[in-house]
Design a protein around this ligand. Structure first.
Ligand SMILES: NC(=O)c1ccc[n+]([C@@H]2O[C@H](COP(=O)([O-])OP(=O)(O)OC[C@H]3O[C@@H](n4cnc5c(N)ncnc54)[C@H](OP(=O)(O)O)[C@@H]3O)[C@@H](O)[C@H]2O)c1
Length: 276
C-alpha cells in the first residue's frame, strides 16, 4: 500500500513492458516496508526530455533509462558521472536538488555479480562483443586494473571501442577460440545465445581449468555457452545476477536503503523469466 507521502521512481523505455525492473524494485520496497512505488514509463523518443523534466516536476526521485533512451539521456542530464561517460550510456537518473545526475551501473553490476560468485579476481578478461554492454563492462574491468581484450565480429566496432578505452586490447573474432588459453575470464557480451537469436559459436577446447565463463545474456538463464562450460567443469556466472546488481545503486539513491541481491529476489525474477 502506498500513501500520499510515497517516494516515487520508475523506468523509462520504449517499449517498456518487457522490463523486469518494476517487479524487482517493488519487491525490495515491500521487503523494506518503504512507502514508495516504482512504475513503468513508456515514453517515445521525441518525448524523452519532456518526460524527464515532468518526472522531476512531479516529485519523482529519479528513474532508470533503458532502450532507446540511454544515449539521449546525456543531453537531459545536468551532470554525468564517469561511469556513464565511460560506458557511453546513462541507465540511472537521480534528481538531486537542482541537478539531474546521470550514471551507468552496468559495469559495477557486472563486477558485483562476479564478486557474488567469488570470482572477483578472474583475469585477464576476453570479452566477446563490442556493443553497449561490452563498453560498460570493459570500462569497469579496466578501471579495476584488469587486462581486457575484445573480440568482435565487426572489426571497426572493436577499433572504435579501443579508441574510447585506453589500454583495451583487440584480437580478431576468428582468433577467439585459439586465444582462450591466455585468459582467466571469458565474457559473452554479444546478443548471441539470447532467446530468438543465433547461438554463439565458441569452442572451449583451449580453456585452462581455472577459466571462469560469464554470459550476460539472461534469457535463457542458462545459455548454451554456460551449459558447455559447466560440462567441461569450468566455473560459470550467469547474466541474471548482473541485472539484479545493476539495480542496487539506483534503489539506494532513490529510496535510501541499499537492497540485497539474495536467493529470494533471484528466484522471483528467474521465475518471471521462466514464464516466457
Ligand atoms: N545481464 C544484464 O544486466 C545485461 C545488461 C546489458 C545487456 N545485456 C545483454 O547483452 C546483450 C548485448 O547487449 P548490447 O546492449 O551490448 O547490444 P549491442 O550494443 O546491440 O551489441 C551487440 C553485440 O553483439 C554482436 N553480435 C550480434 N549479432 C552477432 C552475430 N550474428 N555474430 C557475432 N556477433 C554478433 C555485435 O557485433 P557487431 O558489432 O559485429 O554487430 C555486438 O558486439 C543483449 O543480449 C542484452 O540483453 C545484459
Amino acid at each position: 500500500m502506498i500513501t500520499g507521502a510515497a517516494v516515487l521512481a520508475g523506468v523509462m523505455g520504449h517499449p517498456v513492458r518487457h522490463s523486469r525492473s518494476p517487479l524487482l524494485h517493488n519487491f525490495w520496497l515491500a521487503r523494506h516496508g518503504i512507502d514508495g512505488a516504482y512504475v513503468p514509463l513508456a515514453v517515445a523518443p521525441a518525448d524523452f526530455a519532456t518526460a524527464v523534466h515532468g518526472l522531476r516536476a512531479a516529485g519523482f526521485r529519479g528513474c532508470n533509462v533503458t532502450i532507446p533512451h540511454k544515449e539521449a539521456a546525456f543531453a537531459v542530464c545536468s551532470r554525468v558521472e564517469d561511469s556513464a561517460r565511460l560506458a557511453g550510456a546513462v541507465n540511472t537518473i537521480v534528481f538531486s536538488g537542482a541537478e539531474i545526475v546521470g550514471s551507468n551501473t552496468d559495469g559495477a553490476g557486472f563486477l558485483a555479480n562476479l564478486a557474488a560468485h567469488d570470482v572477483a579476481d578472474a583475469s585477464p578478461a576476453l570479452l566477446l562483443g563490442a556493443g553497449g554492454a561490452a563498453r560498460a563492462i570493459a570500462a569497469a574491468l579496466l578501471a579495476a586494473g584488469r587486462a581486457v581484450t575484445v573480440a568482435n565480429r565487426s572489426p571497426a566496432r572493436a577499433a572504435a571501442l579501443q579508441a574510447q578505452l585506453p589500454g583495451l586490447q583487440v584480437i580478431a573474432w576468428d582468433a577467439r577460440a585459439q586465444a582462450l588459453a591466455d585468459f582467466g575470464l571469458l565474457v559473452n557480451t554479444t546478443s548471441l545465445g539470447m532467446a530468438g537469436q543465433p547461438a554463439l559459436e565458441m569452442d572451449l577446447f583451449h580453456a585452462e581449468a581455472g577459466l571462469v565463463v560469464a554470459d550476460i545474456v539472461y534469457v535463457p538463464l542458462e545459455t548454451a555457452l554456460l551449459a558447455a562450460a559447466r560440462a567441461r567443469g569450468l566455473r560459470c556466472v550467469g547474466g541474471l545476477g548482473m541485472l539484479l546488481h545493476q539495480a542496487v545503486p539506483g534503489f539506494a539513491a532513490w529510496f535510501g536503503v541499499t537492497p540485497v541481491v539474495d536467493d529470494a529476489v533471484t528466484a522471483l525474477i528467474a521465475a518471471d523469466i521462466g514464464r516466457l
